[in-house]
Design a protein around this ligand. Structure first.
Ligand SMILES: CCCCCCC/C=C/C(=O)SCCNC(=O)CCNC(=O)[C@H](O)C(C)(C)COP(=O)(O)OP(=O)(O)OC[C@H]1O[C@@H](n2cnc3c(N)ncnc32)[C@H](O)[C@@H]1OP(=O)(O)O
Ligand SMILES: Cc1cc2nc3c(=O)[nH]c(=O)nc-3n(C[C@H](O)[C@H](O)[C@H](O)COP(=O)(O)OP(=O)(O)OC[C@H]3O[C@@H](n4cnc5c(N)ncnc54)[C@H](O)[C@@H]3O)c2cc1C
Length: 675
């Protein structure tokens, strides 16, 4: 259709210019041919089922939206059972249903908490019921008064040896559980985090399985107060989730409902701690942070897919002499805003795959009672969760702007995507609080290295993602050898400057902290700098994992070449954005910074003919994208026009309220004007 400038064939033309094998890229993105096939099958299953429609979601009231979520969750479960889907297939089906709801917390946190913190006996008792949805569970940790400070939680679980029971109690208003997803209306059970008190002593935070609602009529059990905490940011979006409030008034649970893998309370009330680190109590959060990194690439790639396709369709200016108008994707400014986001989507995908591997490796080691890699798992999940979610939230908003006015319409899919995504910067650990955790590690290592720099060759070397810090003697004084723009294509040149920048920032902080009256004061004063050092370290991890991915065998004509360009764009756009860090730490000269920028411009031009194919490789259905601007066929304008008429405001030609408020006003003004 050429009417008004919308040209669906435009996307076919774009696809024809691709210089690589899109199927091969789909495999690189998904991780394997099998993963592409399963994802594709599940996405189509959801897209073809009318129950899973979501095009009018933002127009529903909160109550309608919540009921719709219950319906979709029940229908998804029915399909999972009927089709005997595997765990992998079921997870994908839920992903493509794309509506936050209680099931996310049931599978994502309640089940993992019992698996990670329950004894074998407890797992045998509770997991089969959870697997069959005979009970629905949530993760009730955060309270009205404390979220980040887990050790500050106030809910109590006091052991009563006369009854062999714990008494769960909310002693203050601020001890009310507040935020847990699925708690408000759906869950029958929760893993509740509370202060364990036995023999008159407070042993700190522990997990307990608590039944909240009757399994007969869903009413709250005696002593339990429950409700939803109220509407949240945006229309549709996370309002499908019943984030809840919970108060206990001396509610009794059997002793064996304390999660006892890490520590136990005996029949007599003795507290016994196993030989495992107490931090394993936080294991569910580590697991979820790892999944959140993988989710960042999904959310970002959706936004980028919409913005790239629409930018290829949208035309503005350039036709004064009667010639064709310019596709906005051809504007260098559009490319320099959009292509780093495209590159980031791929970067987060690969670092997410690596983090999943790391998490699995650490879990296996923990099972063999090797706890040495726990701090690395904590720092990597915390840091990557923080950096990828903050950047993704910003990027979705940038994609909205890249789509001009139409990006602000709900039918573009971008406002809802942003509203659903942005709390990822806060939940599962506020991003600043998590980065400070990373900076503690960096500071300790930097301080240790500064002290031992003379013996570093013989001393204990840092390992894992901080291994580069052991190369302190070289990295503190090296100068980049880049001399031409193309020199920046060398991954070793990139890695060296990213390592030098991260290490020098950490060492600068450690030096400044050591000048403070106390380490605590120094840490507090320097915390804004420590955050930046932590970001530099995490960006280095992402860059390194992208470079390592490119060392693997990546089949398909042109696939690796495209990924190499994206890797360079990812790293060099960070270099450009944080040029101040690179210059002030003396890693590069201003000229080398300018050369990096020069290369970026050339790389954008090389990516341009491949842009649409690079987002096609995400393999998203129109249903999952949920955007008239991002449609696969590019038929944007008729779809926008049609979508407008679905708005409830257009159900009548003359609006409700005309008789009461518009007509009298107009009549009054008419009378006045006749006077
Ligand atoms: C798939 C599901 C869909 C997603 C939906 C999302 C739904 C959202 C759910 C939630 O939000 S659940 C609630 C999440 N809450 C948080 O994330 C709270 C954030 N706070 C914390 O994680 C921690 O308390 C803290 C801020 C990291 C630490 O605070 P503090 O310094 O007071 O620590 P301590 O508790 O005293 O421990 C210190 C010691 O432990 C190490 N450590 C901390 N966390 C971990 C961990 N996760 N794993 C391993 N180790 C950890 C920390 O580094 C210290 O070590 P040392 O220095 O003593 O060696
Ligand atoms: C949509 C959503 C879903 C959620 N789901 C769940 C759930 O299922 N279960 C559950 O238990 N919880 C859940 N939560 C709660 C969530 O985990 C907490 O909100 C989160 O951990 C942040 O804690 P907070 O709210 O106490 O923030 P605060 O810690 O009060 O943060 C407020 C500000 O203080 C700053 N700050 C705090 N501490 C420090 C520090 N030490 N140094 C510097 N700055 C600091 C933060 O950076 C932030 O700017 C959910 C939250 C949201 C928004």
């Amino acid at each position: 259709m050429a009417d008004g400038g919308g040209e669906p064939d435009q996307l076919a033309g774009e696809r024809a210019t691709a210089q690589f094998d899109v199927d091969g890229m789909k495999v690189a993105w998904a991780g394997s041919r099998h993963a592409v096939e399963v994802a594709d099958r599940m996405a189509r299953l959801v897209a073809s089922d009318p129950v899973f429609r979501k095009d009018t979601r933002t127009m529903l009231s909160r109550k309608e939206l919540f009921k719709d979520t219950l319906k979709k969750a029940a229908h998804a479960w029915k399909r999972i059972v009927e089709l005997r889907l595997t765990e992998e297939e079921a997870n994908l089906l839920r992903l493509y249903v794309d509506q936050p709801g209680y099931v996310d917390l049931h599978w994502g946190m309640f089940v993992p908490a019992i698996k990670g913190q329950g004894t074998e006996e407890q797992q045998k008792k509770w997991l089969p019921m959870a697997y069959k949805f005979q009970i629905i569970g949530c993760y009730a940790q955060t309270e009205l008064g404390h979220g980040s400070n887990v050790q500050g939680l106030e809910t109590t679980a006091t052991f009563d040896p006369s009854a062999d029971e714990f008494v769960m109690h909310s002693p203050t208003l601020t001890s009310s559980k507040w935020w847990p997803g699925g708690l408000g209306k759906a869950s029958t059970h929760a893993v509740v985090y509370a202060r364990l008190i036995t023999e008159g002593k407070d042993y700190g935070i522990h997990g307990f399985i608590v039944q909240l609602r009757s399994l007969d009529d869903h009413s709250p059990l005696p002593g339990v107060t429950l409700g939803d905490i109220g509407g949240k940011f945006g229309s549709g979006a996370y309002n499908s989730m019943d984030n809840g409030v919970l108060r206990f008034d001396h509610v009794r649970i059997p002793r064996d409902q304390m999660l006892m893998r890490l520590s136990q309370v005996t029949r007599e009330g003795k507290y016994v701690h196993s030989d495992v680190p107490k931090q394993l109590l936080y294991g569910t959060m580590v697991y979820v942070r790892q999944t959140i990194v993988a989710d960042a690439s999904k959310a970002l790639s959706r936004a980028v897919c919409i913005a790239v396709r629409y930018s290829a369709i949208r035309k503005q200016f350039g036709s004064q002499d009667g010639g064709p108008e310019t596709q906005v994707l051809n504007y260098k400014t559009q490319q320099s805003r959009l292509f780093p986001l495209l590159a980031s989507a791929y970067a987060y995908r690969f670092v997410g795959q690596w983090l999943k591997w790391l998490y699995t490796d650490v879990t296996q080691k923990l099972e063999a009672k090797d706890y040495s890699t726990l701090p690395e798992a904590h720092a990597c999940t915390a840091g990557l969760k923080s950096v990828t979610t903050s950047a993704t939230a910003d990027a979705i908003e940038e994609c909205r702007k890249l789509c001009g006015g139409h990006g602000y319409l709900n039918s573009s899919g971008l406002p809802e995507l942003f509203a659903v995504y942005v709390p990822a910067c806060t939940y599962e650990g506020d991003n600043v609080v998590l980065l400070l955790q990373v900076s503690v590690v960096l500071h300790l290592v930097a301080r240790f290295l500064m002290k031992t720099v003379a013996q570093v060759a013989t001393g204990k070397q840092p390992v894992g993602t901080i291994a580069y810090m052991g190369n302190i003697q070289h990295l503190m004084q090296c100068k980049s050898a880049v001399n031409t723009a193309e020199d920046w294509l060398n991954p070793a040149a990139i890695k060296e400057v990213f390592e030098a920048r991260a290490l020098r920032m950490a060492v600068n902080c450690a030096q400044n902290i050591s000048k403070a009256p106390s380490q605590e004061e120094g840490f507090s004063e320097l915390s804004p700098d420590l955050l930046e050092a932590a970001v530099a370290h995490v960006q280095l991890i992402i860059v390194t994992k992208f470079i390592e991915k490119l060392q693997e065998d990546i089949p398909g004509p042109g696939v690796k070449e495209q990924l190499q360009k994206l890797c360079s764009i990812y790293a060099l756009h960070l270099l450009h954005k944080h040029l101040g860090d690179f210059l002030s730490t003396g890693c590069i000269t201003a000229r080398q910074g300018a050369l990096a920028n020069e290369l970026l411009g050339k790389l954008y031009a090389q990516v341009r003919p491949n842009a649409v194919a690079l987002v096609d490789a995400f393999d998203y259905t129109d249903h999952y994208l949920g955007s008239v601007l991002g449609r696969y066929d590019g038929d944007v304008y008729p779809a926008l026009y049609e979508e407008a008429w679905k708005d409830p405001l257009n159900e009548t030609v003359v609006p409700d309220g005309y008789q009461e408020h518009l007509r009298p006003l107009l009549k009054q003004q008419l009378k006045l004007s006749r006077l």
